[in-house]
Design a protein around this ligand. Structure first.
Ligand code: FNR
Length: 398
């Protein structure tokens, strides 16, 4: 940890905690209702966005298998956030990741939203442009991946190719300033398509080193135009996307995911506190439904198992910067989720890997039941194995 991070932690520690003696056997905070924008949640166990690479090929079209998966994870009054979904072919970075830019994809997503709504749950679509975390084999007509600046990730991570193999990252092409209105227009069209597909809202993926994060953070943004250099300039593209999606959906149905201090995909910023305080203040002013922070303590943004508790706690550092519902994600158990909400550091918690393995996660938490263990080997790609075959409690007991 460097001195800068130490200072931020000290700052966080000096902020007052709400005194809440809690009974760990009773998750009363996790199971209390919450208003999130225009949604009335019955509980606070949110499905985190999880890429599973199982859309129908060609065309990146969601299908009946995907609908079964989401339907299994839906519970009355719960909120699901979809896997990251590309807004354009250029925004695709992984084989078989779904899109929301073609009529077939809109029809495919309708199966998913119907399955979720049948269970009386809500689902937001996570809107995604991967930027440099891509490979030209995934979009041969689009050429090289694009980014804020022509800088390739350098931390040894590999790109996924169209045939599910790995390859070194190509150096991306820096987007010209004249291309950026087109990117915003792609987000707007994707937001409109999400509406046509029956979603309840959209989450803008500004986290984990993808395009909008590549513009935000100064390790990847070396631009000298009005989209680079100052914090206001680096946040411009994200905020233009937020404004465009609010125009489509209204502020109460737009959320934004961010990952301050995240290092996945070779990310970093020289002053995360100032940068993300500014972004969160701007989001507060816009009154978005929620801000969603990924804790950097999870290895590789969830792709690694270890939890590093020496990393900064972003829900602590940034809680006061955002004047609205805060979702926190990353390495939570029911106990730590309950404690975090009780202490006022977040309003609700998103669970990733535990939800992969436990379709009825909220029910298991509620009655303190044993949990299934996630199988990492089936996270990405494949069919129903490790996707829709984790047993629910009802199945275990029958
Ligand atoms: C992820 N994560 C992720 N994040 C995101 O914003 N969009 C995505 O599509 C994905 N995809 C994804 C796939 C898989 C298989 C994993 C494990 C993770 C990150 C995820 O939402 C979450 O932040 C992390 O998994 C940490 O939370 P847990 O798993 O510790 O509860």
């Amino acid at each position: 940890m460097d001195i800068l991070e130490d200072e931020h932690l000290e700052m966080a520690a000096s902020q007052p905690l709400t005194a809440h003696p809690i009974d760990m056997s009773n998750f009363s905070h996790l199971f209390s209702p919450l208003q999130v924008g225009e949604l009335h949640l019955a509980h606070r166990v949110v499905l985190a966005p999880l890429t599973r690479l199982r859309s129908t090929q060609p065309g990146d079209v969601p299908n009946a298998l995907n609908a079964t998966y989401y339907g299994q994870r839906a519970s009355r009054g719960g909120l699901l956030i979809s896997e990251a979904t590309q807004i354009s072919l250029q925004g695709k970075g992984y084989p078989a990741a779904p899109g929301i830019h073609s009529p077939e994809q809109v029809e495919g997503w309708k199966l998913v939203t119907q399955a979720v709504h049948e269970k009386k749950a809500y689902i937001f679509l996570q809107l995604w442009h991967v930027g440099r975390i891509s490979h030209s084999s995934l979009h041969p007509d689009e050429g090289l991946p694009v980014s804020a600046s022509a800088i390739a990730p350098a931390n040894g991570q590999l790109a996924f190719t169209a045939d599910f193999k790995h390859a070194p990252f190509e150096t991306p092409r820096a987007l010209g300033i004249e291309e950026l209105p087109g990117i915003v227009a792609d987000y707007r069209r994707a937001a409109e398509n999400a509406k046509a597909a029956g979603f309840d809202g959209v989450e803008i993926h500004g986290a984990n080193g993808y395009l909008l994060d590549q513009f935000l953070e100064d390790k990847t943004n070396h631009r000298t135009d009005i989209y680079g250099s100052s914090i206001e300039n680096r946040a411009r593209l994200l905020l233009e996307v937020v404004d465009a999606t609010i125009e489509v959906w209204g502020k109460g149905r737009v959320g934004v995911r961010l990952s301050p201090y995240g290092t996945f995909s070779d990310m970093g910023d020289s002053n995360p506190v100032e940068l993300f305080n500014y972004v969160l203040e701007q989001l507060s002013q816009r009154g978005v439904a929620y801000a969603h922070l990924v804790e950097p303590r999870v290895g590789s943004a969830g792709n690694g198992d270890p939890i590093d508790d020496s990393r900064p706690r972003t829900s602590h550092i940034f809680r006061n910067a955002f004047d609205g519902v805060l979702i926190s994600a990353g390495g939570y158990t029911a106990d730590t989720a309950e404690e975090t909400i009780a202490d006022g550091y977040a309003d609700t918690i998103a669970f990733g890997r535990l939800f992969i393995a436990n379709p009825d996660l909220s029910e298991r938490f509620r009655i303190n039941a044993e949990l299934n263990t996630p199988d990492r080997s089936t996270f990405y790609g494949g069919t129903d194995k490790g996707y829709i075959d984790y047993p629910s409690l009802v199945e275990v007991q029958s």
